[in-house]
Write a protein that binds this ligand. Structure first.
Ligand SMILES: NC(=O)c1ccc[n+]([C@@H]2O[C@H](COP(=O)([O-])OP(=O)(O)OC[C@H]3O[C@@H](n4cnc5c(N)ncnc54)[C@H](OP(=O)(O)O)[C@@H]3O)[C@@H](O)[C@H]2O)c1
Length: 299
């Protein structure tokens, strides 16, 4: 491994995206400093064991961010979102956290800020927990700092969470059975972010929508059936549920009009980032244990 004598501060490093980014940056030889709320918890200790420096900090505590960013080259910024299961943040918290990270990065002389947004951020959607990212992106672009915005598609990991009910042999999601939606493996977000930090001249000032595959509901069912070795069927979330749940109905409409389905140029992305995993390769690799866990209750 070649070593790079520069430090990138990673937020959310005990979580999905930050964890993937920390691992990919370490693999590329960067020094990585993770801002964690509790340096003694399991996630923080795993980071330390992988050679990541952990420092105590909180997105709601600007002084801790200033201390963490001191002397660093880059910052990877991601925030929790009120739409996540079990989230303890409001939409205003997310915007406050995301703008504070960018402001403090600018004032700390950070050479490159990478902000992880979401695929829907190109327009106002009317879904408050999605539009937070628009507001943070707008703020980041106003600052005097070299920045890159990545807009990840929906995570492949979301499809195999236990709540999706795969143990019952069925998956329901937002798109119609014959409608394609784009997805990305969390592992690949980290690899792309590491590539972005590695080539600042190429990526500074850019907004990059990222995805690794596009799948219809029927294709998801075929791949899941193949990987699980048992039949998994697919249908769109029931119309009765969409009629009762305004946010889900808006999300389904955003899939229908393409904004949440994603519009990344997959051929170009695969040429630029050859490691990008298709869904079937993800299921055979990083997703295998997650799928196994999701199916386990009927074993
Ligand atoms: N799911 C999708 O398909 C999808 C697609 C695109 C974008 N997104 C976006 O991805 C973001 C979430 O990323 P993720 O899934 O990687 O997160 P995650 O796995 O839920 O992890 C959240 C991370 O944030 C940290 N954190 C939470 N509150 C904090 C605070 N006050 N101060 C410092 N750190 C704090 C947590 O650290 P602790 O160890 O301290 O808890 C943890 O490391 C959301 O904004 C979501 O909208 C999701």
């Amino acid at each position: 491994m070649t070593t790079i004598d520069k430090t990138v501060v990673v937020l959310g490093a005990t979580g999905q995206q930050g964890g993937s980014v920390a691992a990919a940056l370490r693999a590329d030889g960067w020094n990585v400093r993770a801002v964690v709320r509790d340096v003694s918890n399991h996630g923080a200790r795993s980071l330390s064991a992988a050679g990541v420096e952990t420092v105590r900090g909180d997105l709601g505590d600007p002084e801790s961010l200033r201390a963490a960013f001191s002397g660093a080259h880059g910052v990877f910024s991601v925030q929790p979102n009120s739409g996540q299961a079990g989230a303890d943040v409001t939409n205003e918290d997310e915007v406050r956290f995301g703008t504070a990270v960018a402001d403090i990065a600018e004032r700390s002389g950070i050479a490159h800020l990478v902000y992880s947004s979401a695929v829907t951020a190109g327009s106002t959607t009317g879904v408050d927990h999605l539009d937070t990212k628009n507001r943070i992106e707008t703020h980041v672009r106003k600052l005097d700092i070299a920045s890159t915005v990545i807009r990840p598609a929906t995570f492949m990991e979301l499809l195999v969470t236990p709540e999706m009910g795969l143990d019952g042999g069925h998956l329901s999601f937002l798109m119609r059975p014959d409608q394609a939606m784009q997805f990305i493996a969390v592992r690949d977000i980290g690899r792309i972010v590491a590539a972005v930090f590695g080539s600042p001249d190429r990526y500074a000032g850019r907004t990059v929508e990222i995805a690794g595959d596009a799948l219809t509901g029927n294709a998801l069912a075929e791949h899941l059936t193949q990987a699980a070795g048992r039949t998994i069927t697919y249908s769109r979330l029931p119309a009765t549920l969409l009629a009762q749940d305004e946010v889900l109905a808006k999300l389904a409409a955003l899939v229908d009009d393409g904004r949440l389905a994603g519009n990344a140029n997959l051929d170009a992305l695969r040429a630029e980032f050859p490691f990008l995993l298709s869904f079937d390769r993800w299921l055979a690799g990083p997703g295998a244990a997650l799928l196994d866990e999701a199916l386990r209750s009927t074993d």
